[in-house]
Design a binder for this molecule. Structure first.
Ligand code: FMN
Length: 302
């Protein structure tokens, strides 16, 4: 029997597999298909102070090996989440509240509200689909450091994960900026900004024109970025981007991720996460790995 447990910022997860923010709602629909208490944790849809209807449609476009989305942070707002979903999720597994805002003060307020109520707060400073400044906060290292510091000061009891944008000059510089600001952990990657064009209409497919690219096709870029970021900081890293199977998850762990998030694959196969958990256990047994945490950061460069 392999030990699948991992420790993230002192918090134990029963395994390293976490559905990624925005691809799992608040877990209720998936819990009708399988008991979501098998998951290491759940990352919620991005929460804002007030509820949001999100962008106009179409919001999702398919392309070979990837999808583009411009959902625009549709969510019920933090108060409804606390009232209606938090107890359900906490009874199942660890809860990562993914949060977003238009300005630094929003992040401060939402972190203060969630402090002590959830297992982790994940700061989405990298959402490319909202015309609200959220993206700008995640690009320049000095802004990353500043918003991280403000969020960290508002969190007395809950560890802070800062989710980095891949649409930046240097992922290592931004990882270090988050660490300087006091992040307990970083997660990456969020989506890459892209565009798909309907050639008959000569217009972008998405109503928002551009959207975030995710799914299997981004995996090698994400693995490279997780490797670079994890070697730039001493805090733990949660890796994601195009994971579809247990072997993909192992790549991220070898690159330096302590835990992994699975996003777009939940749309292709609603049972993706439990299958990946089973696959990890089987891979570890067949490769003589007793503790999955022993794999973290073990890749050696040629
Ligand atoms: C439809 C959709 C909605 C998303 N919403 C959020 C969000 O609210 N907050 C966030 O931090 N990331 C969000 N993401 C990004 C994912 O959490 C993840 O970082 C990204 O999709 C890469 O992983 P994947 O290739 O496994 O999907 C969203 C992704 C998709 C596809």
């Amino acid at each position: 029997m392999t030990d699948l447990k991992v420790k993230l910022c002192g918090v134990e997860l029963k395994n390293p597999v976490i559905p990624a923010s925005g691809t799992f709602g608040f877990g209720r629909e998936f819990n009708e298909l399988y008991d979501i208490s098998v998951l290491g944790a759940v990352a919620t849809k991005g929460l804002t102070l007030e509820s949001r209807l999100g962008n106009g449609t179409p919001r999702i476009a398919e392309s070979r090996g990837v999808i583009l989305n411009a959902v625009g942070l549709q969510n019920p707002g933090v108060e409804r989440f606390i009232k209606e979903d938090l107890a359900f999720l906490r009874a199942k597994t660890r809860v990562i509240a993914n949060v977003a805002g238009s300005e630094v003060g929003d992040y401060e307020k939402i972190c203060a509200r969630l402090d002590g109520l959830v297992d982790f707060v994940e700061l989405n400073i990298s959402c490319p689909n909202v015309k609200c400044g959220g993206m700008a906060l995640g690009i320049k290292p000095e802004n990353v450091e500043n918003v991280t510091r403000v969020a960290k000061n508002a969190l007395k009891a809950t560890p802070l994960i800062v989710k980095l944008s891949p649409n930046v000059e240097s992922i290592a510089a931004n990882a270090r900026a988050a660490e300087r600001g006091g992040a307990d952990c970083i997660s990456l990657v969020n989506t890459f900004t892209g565009m798909a064009i309907d050639i008959e209409r000569r217009r972008p497919v998405l109503a928002n024109n551009t959207g975030g690219v995710s799914g299997a096709g981004i995996k090698p870029i994400a693995v490279r970025m997780v490797y670079e970021a994890s070697h730039a900081v001493a805090i733990p890293v949660v890796g994601m981007g195009g994971i579809t199977c247990a072997e993909d998850a192992i790549e991220f762990m070898m690159a330096g991720a302590t835990a992994v998030q699975v996003g777009t694959q939940n749309f292709t196969d609603a049972l993706a996460c439990p299958k990946i958990i089973e696959g990890l256990a089987a891979w570890c047994v067949s490769h003589g790995v007793e503790r999955i945490s022993d794999l973290v950061g073990t890749v050696k460069m040629n």
